[in-house]
Ligand binder design. Structure first.
Ligand code: ASP
Length: 349
């Protein structure tokens, strides 16, 4: 309910707040580079640990379910669809990149109109405050929703399946933890100087929300409110980096794709060489850019990676059964990355 209005209005305000179109370009480029580098580091960690522990070697397990691979959107479409032919339908469909594009265009145009548009900017800032207030009201209900979502997810979880896929689950969880607590925190500390303890404490609410909804997009309002109101990041930076990150920055998803590739390759006895590993890193970065911040899409995009390195698509069926819980974990890492990497924009109030 709040994601689209919040992203649209706060991003327009953000662009107006930057005041300088060139600075916007610089923030955009810097954020994009940080997002891509951290995602590549994430997959490298996953591949490294996967190879180290030889997950899936000598295993013989039944395919859990048939996997429908056809629905992965071609990457070219992801880029060409950024410019909406109809912004209202883009908003109705929640096409995040199109909404971001449209909001930046409005913001830039307001900047170009200059002084006469001042009243409009003030009104938009007021609307932004009102929407943030709505987020606060809804957050008061969040604990009940989180409780219900978690209970349902845990009740549906097949513990036997987790057991049979233990190597895959353990390496994936280990890679997620390593990336979040080590790599990401080093990047955060080095580039912003922020205290890691403070960051983790303030992010707790955001990550619990992401964990229980498995959706980076649904978590945008909470992430945005936390980084602006509780961490003091300027709205001009956060209103861009948070929704942009929720759409294209998926470190957790990329880790799953790296681990799954090694696991499935080992199960089918397919040897991957250095070229294939590099292809996996490149494809997983691209696939995570194309993954929408909603539950389960990362697994669909995995077929793109598999196709590129010649792994059987039906292998995805093997890990389908445990993906719900792993999706929760990787989404918590995804939103952690959106906040931490976005924080490295470093422009504070
Ligand atoms: N659920 C993930 C997210 O929203 C995407 C995925 O990996 O499926 O960030």
């Amino acid at each position: 309910m709040l994601v689209v209005p919040l992203v649209l209005i706060s991003l327009i305000c953000g662009v107006c707040g930057i005041g300088d179109i060139r600075l916007l370009g610089r923030i955009g480029t810097k954020t994009f580079i940080i997002y891509m580098i951290t995602t590549a580091l994430a997959i490298a960690t996953a591949i490294g640990l996967g190879v180290l522990f030889g997950i899936g070697k000598g295993m013989n397990i039944e395919t859990e379910a048939a996997f429908e691979a056809a629905s992965a959107p071609p990457l070219l479409d992801v880029f060409s669809n950024i410019i909406p032919s109809n912004p209202i339908s883009a908003m109705a469909n929640g096409d995040m990149l199109s909404i971001i594009f449209f909001a930046i265009l409005i913001g830039v145009s307001i900047l170009m109109v200059g002084k006469p548009a001042k009243g409009l900017v003030q009104s938009l800032e007021l609307i932004n405050e009102v929407i943030l207030k709505m987020v606060t009201i809804i957050m008061n209900l969040a604990p009940y929703g989180v409780f219900a979502l978690l209970t349902k997810a845990m009740a549906e979880l097949g513990l036997d399946l987790i057991w049979s896929l233990l190597g895959y689950v353990a390496v994936l969880v280990g890679s997620l933890a390593f990336h979040f607590f080590v790599t990401m925190m080093i990047v955060l500390k080095v580039s912003s100087g922020l205290s890691i303890k403070t960051f983790l404490a303030k992010m707790r609410e955001v990550q619990i929300f992401a964990f229980s909804t498995s959706s980076s997009n649904a978590t945008i309002p909470i992430t945005l409110r936390t980084v602006t109101k509780r961490m003091g990041v300027n709205n001009s930076v956060a209103s861009f980096t948070v929704p942009f990150g929720a759409t294209i920055n998926m470190d957790g998803t990329a880790i799953m794709q790296g681990t799954a590739t090694i696991f499935i390759a080992n199960i089918y006895g397919i040897d991957l060489g250095v070229t294939e590993y590099l292809t996996v890193i490149l494809m997983s970065v691209l696939a995570s850019v194309g993954t929408a911040g909603v539950p389960g899409v990362g697994l669909i995009m995995l077929s793109m990676v598999f196709a590129q390195v010649g792994l059987p698509i039906e292998g995805i069926g093997l890990i389908l059964g445990v993906d719900r819980i792993l999706d929760m974990l990787r989404t918590a890492v995804n939103v952690g990355g959106d906040a931490a990497d976005g924080y490295c924009g470093k422009i504070r109030r």
